[in-house]
Design a protein around this ligand. Structure first.
Ligand code: PLP
Length: 404
């Protein structure tokens, strides 16, 4: 089991009061808090080795380049990518998906089919809808059941030789469901379709083995993994990344430029136009080290226990209904209490120091499915405690009393 007091001491933000009450931060699915080592990593970069990368012969530029490229190796190892140049640094999950969706414009034809799931974040829906508008491809949706699980039989029926791409989140940010991505990937491959997995919500809890999954694209945001905002990765199999055209033109992504013709740089630089978020990339590497020191198995074990406790505790509240009740889920609890609007609950418990998300969680189709305007979402990290679950429970009782 984890030494939670010691871990909490790593996160300076947790040690404060909000509205006169100890902060209970339960919005980890929106973004995680940052340990001191990650904050220090950013400060140290700007204090000691700040320089532009990949261009200078001078020492400082080489130090910055080395630290930046070291992060790429760390991420390659963490995700078990075959090659380090299959790890492209981006601004985050949304950016990564847009790179792939834009890149597929020239690879699709009218009538080609793309498959998405019913439980996606808007960032894994809208870029593909835009791709369909550009190409005349058709978007098909894998439906889900009341528990918030994908109907795999229906997925089988959607797959055909017309299917070119499948994109599904590994874990739903609104429900917590862990999707059977290995099965989804293997089945798509039987029809020659490529698969993109949105790993934004899984990576704080699960360490995926990208080669074992045999996934074509996997996308991640650092900020959900104790890293900084504005940085993330696009993993792509080398063959796919070579096939896709560059997303942005500019410095860094070229081999040779003349006014007649420009040739593009090799991977990974082809997709890394312009000066990247150097400090962010380095701090992302630090965050990965930090999490691996704690151990993803330890994190998963602790969070599973926390989820079980919180689910049982919240279920005692009369009228509380949980959305997303799959056996396979991460530590996210989406719920409503009777007819009370989620926003009202969120506002009241905020006054008690409890920070949760309310609304549609960038997944409006899920809310439409359940015919609700939104939910209250409490999402737990390994630095949350069982006592904090009790604080949430008591705050909800108070909110219910005031609002019912
Ligand atoms: C957070 C999240 C995103 C979007 O990530 P950004 O960092 O905002 O680009 C996409 N998908 C899922 C499942 C998420 O949880």
């Amino acid at each position: 089991m984890l030494d939670i007091e010691k871990i909490r001491a790593d996160f300076p933000i947790l040690n404060q009061q909000i509205n006169g009450k100890p902060l209970v931060y339960l919005d980890n699915a929106a973004t995680s808090q940052k340990p001191q080592v990650v904050i220090d990593s950013i400060v140290n970069y700007y204090t000691t080795i700040n320089a532009n990368i990949h261009r200078g012969v001078h020492t400082l530029s080489q130090l910055a380049t080395d630290a930046f490229e070291q992060s790429r190796i760390k991420l390659q190892q963490h995700f078990n990518a075959k090659k380090s140049h299959e790890i492209i640094f981006t601004a985050g999950t949304t950016h990564s998906i847009n790179i792939v969706a834009t890149g597929f414009t020239s690879l699709l034809q009218k009538g080609d089919e793309l498959i998405v799931s019913a439980m996606e974040h808007h960032s894994n829906i809208v870029p593909w809808q835009m791709l369909c508008e550009r190409t005349g491809a058709v978007l098909k949706v894998i439906p889900m059941n009341q528990e918030g699980e994908l109907l795999m039989d229906e997925y089988d029926k959607l797959l055909s030789n017309k299917t070119k791409l499948v994109f599904v989140n590994h874990v739903s940010n609104a429900l917590g469901t862990i999707n059977p991505i290995k099965e989804i990937i293997d089945k798509a491959h039987q029809f020659g379709a490529a698969v993109l997995i949105d790993g934004a919500q899984s990576c704080p809890h699960i360490k995926p083995d990208l080669q074992a999954l045999d996934v074509d694209f996997y996308v991640v945001s650092a900020h959900k993994l104790c890293g900084p905002t504005g940085v993330g990765i696009l993993y792509g199999k080398e063959a796919w990344l070579n096939k896709l055209p560059p997303y942005q033109g500019g410095g860094e992504m070229i081999k040779e430029v003349t006014f007649e013709k420009t040739t593009y740089a090799d991977l990974p630089h082809k997709f890394e136009a312009g000066t990247p978020n150097i400090a962010g990339v380095i701090a992302f590497g630090t965050a990965i080290d930090y999490l691996n020191n704690i151990g993803f198995e330890n994190i998963a074990e602790y969070e599973t226990a926390l989820l079980k406790y919180a689910t049982e505790k919240l279920s005692q509240i009369e009228g509380l209904k949980i959305y997303g009740t799959s056996e396979h889920k991460t530590s996210v609890i989406s719920f409503n209490i009777g007819e009370i609007h989620p926003y009202d609950i969120g506002s009241i418990i905020d006054k008690l120091g409890v920070e949760v998300r309310t609304g549609h969680h960038c997944a409006q189709p899920i809310m439409d499915f359940y015919k609700i305007p939104g939910t209250v979402r409490a999402s737990f990290s390994f630095y949350n405690t069982f006592e904090e679950v009790d604080v949430l429970y008591n705050a909800l009782l108070k909110a219910k009393m005031m609002l019912a």
